[in-house]
Design a protein around this ligand. Sequence first.
Ligand code: HEM
Length: 279
Amino acid sequence: MFTSNPFAELSASISPAIMQAYVAIMMLLVVGGTLFDIIHKRSATYFFANWRTSKSKARQQVGGGKMLSLAVQSAVVDVLASGEFCNMKRRLAHLLGMYGFVLYVVATIAMVFWYPIPATPTPSYWPLLWWLGALMICVGGYWFWFFIRVDVAAEGQSPFRIMRADLFILSLVISATLGLIWAYLQAEGSGWSTVALGLYLIATTVLFGSIPWSKFSHMFFKPAAALEKRVSKANGTAQNLPTLTRDDPEQRKRHSMELLQKAPMRMGLGIKREAPRHY
Ligand code: HEM
């Protein structure tokens, strides 16, 4: 089951051309949905306006070499290592979801386009990566959904309270879950695999079709925002935000001690308070 291509098996009832057309449409929805999101939210306009302001207000100019090192730091720390998350559990859940998604998507594209029928034998690592990717999305996604996200962990809300903001995370984990259930039922030769396939296609179409209204395109925005944050810190504008960063514990401790000394007792800072938990 884990080393056989589920899409090649499916080609007995659905032609590879239809499967390839479906995946191509999903790719177009990602491009179209993200562009619509950028134009609709004017994210690109704000991003470049911020970039220009930061450059014009810079206390020190960031040269080409420095810019390159900031871009590499951003790519490695903020993107590949999800370094923006202070909370280690949240970071791990995000890494599982992110790398799982990449493996799952790449393996799906490889199996549907390069090995669509049993006559073109699929190297066993592709189905293995597909199962592993989908499982990682489920582990990272359900861990985040039921145990880590703010409303549940800090505000004690029911994990079954659903809001529009949850469209991305929910359609992502439900699509991956139904994909695993369909592939398992198909491998078992169960008649229910057709029902599972239908539900899997609906969830996947919602995941890629709802991009203008979900958090999906954050995976393209966040890297740009992370780089902008690093550049503005390097040129001293720091987006007019306080320059205290997680990676400067000495400055943070000094700052909170200053706050404590300054704050009048009535602000309740005298008493032992629960440590803040960053998500
Ligand atoms: C490539 C695939 C990616 C997947 C599958 C993914 C998945 C997720 C999920 C499920 C969430 C939680 C959404 C929610 O709060 O409902 C999230 C949040 C977040 N992701 Fe990603 N992500 C990806 C890429 C990235 C990249 C490339 C970055 C950064 C550079 C990033 C940075 C973040 C940040 C900072 C949040 C927290 C946003 C917030 O709480 O508002 N993600 N991501």
